[in-house]
Design a protein around this ligand. Structure first.
Ligand SMILES: NC(=O)CC[C@H](N)C(=O)O
Length: 309
């Protein structure tokens, strides 16, 4: 598939003059320090080959992309029982919105908005001290990417805990409704650390490969989840992975995807491969501006959209 490398290089070259577009997230002060002109792309294909372009090897803050890995862990732990604590519908509102929580009795719409992810974190923590839950996630991500060099950026975690008033509000609100079982500070501590996972596009594409390969990782031979579970996680990524921009992403790209305010996006082409892109500038709804365009170009040039070429 050397054609694929040509396609990737072409997209990178065409978009390079636009590096720096969008707005870098500043509400987490540590993220505001990132060079807005960074731009990387990587593909891990189910046949074991990998492709990369630009800043594909440089670790960045994966932020909300970690919600996919935490959801996978929570499903492994509590199975379909998690759906009494969190819904499976798109929210149609911002990633950090609180409005629906009161109308909907403290049950967040889906696991990929902040409130839903905080509930999922609480599920993963069952029987664990916060430090152990963070360790479990780090081990899981290293196992998925087959890469023990992946770390958590403590500076980012600290920066976020110092300014995470909205997340504290969401967590307290859910706790008031009985939808958090651990102390709010403990759940938030784990949540901020998971968001601060630092991974490169190459590491992220490899970590997401199980979602493209019916739940197994062709690089390591590990069976991560069942094919049915991988399919369901992909469905949630497609419908909820880009907050109130999820419909637009499905329309333009047509792949399950999950974005983060660090400017990363993980996308899945089922049966083909997993794609990670990174460009820190965000669009109005908090998704990577150039990253979304790069994925739109890639899907158009490869015919990988799940809705047909
Ligand atoms: N959209 C995101 O990536 C949000 C994650 C970020 N850590 C937050 O909680 O605000």
């Amino acid at each position: 598939m050397s054609d694929l490398q040509t396609i990737l290089d072409g997209i990178h070259e065409e978009l390079s003059p636009r590096r720096g577009e969008g707005k870098v997230a500043t509400y987490i002060p540590e993220l505001a320090k990132v060079d807005p002109r960074k731009f990387g792309m990587a593909i891990a294909a189910v046949d074991g080959s990998t492709y990369r372009a630009g800043d594909a090897e440089e670790p960045f803050s994966i932020q909300s992309i970690s919600k996919v890995f935490m959801l996978t862990l929570a499903l492994g732990k509590a199975g379909e029982g998690i759906w009494t604590r969190v819904g499976r519908e798109p929210s149609g509102s911002a990633f950090n919105s609180i409005v629906q929580l009161e109308h909907e009795a403290g049950i967040p719409r889906n696991p990929f908005i902040n409130a839903g992810a905080i509930a999922v974190t609480d599920i993963v923590m069952a029987g664990h001290a916060p430090r152990e839950a963070i360790g479990e996630l780090l081990r899981f991500v290293r196992y998925l990417a087959d890469d023990d060099t992946i770390t958590i950026d403590d500076k980012v975690a600290k920066s976020e805990s110092q300014t995470g008033y909205r997340n504290a509000a969401l967590a307290n609100f859910m706790r008031a409704y009985g939808n958090l079982t651990h102390p709010v500070e403990h759940v938030l501590g784990v949540y901020f650390h998971q968001c601060a996972l630092a991974m490169s596009c190459v590491q992220l594409a490899k970590a997401g490969l199980f979602l493209a390969a019916r739940g197994g990782n062709p690089l390591t031979g590990h069976n991560v989840v069942s094919a049915r579970r991988a399919k369901r996680i992909n469905a949630l990524m497609l419908t909820c992975g880009h907050y109130d921009g999820s419909g637009d992403f499905a329309y333009r790209v047509g792949l399950p995807g999950k974005s983060g305010v660090g400017g990363g996006i993980l996308a899945v082409a089922p049966g083909i491969g997993s794609i990670a892109v990174w460009s820190p500038g965000l669009n109005k709804v908090g998704n990577s501006q150039l990253g979304s365009i790069a994925l739109e170009m890639l899907a158009a040039r490869t015919g990988w959209s799940v809705f047909g070429a």
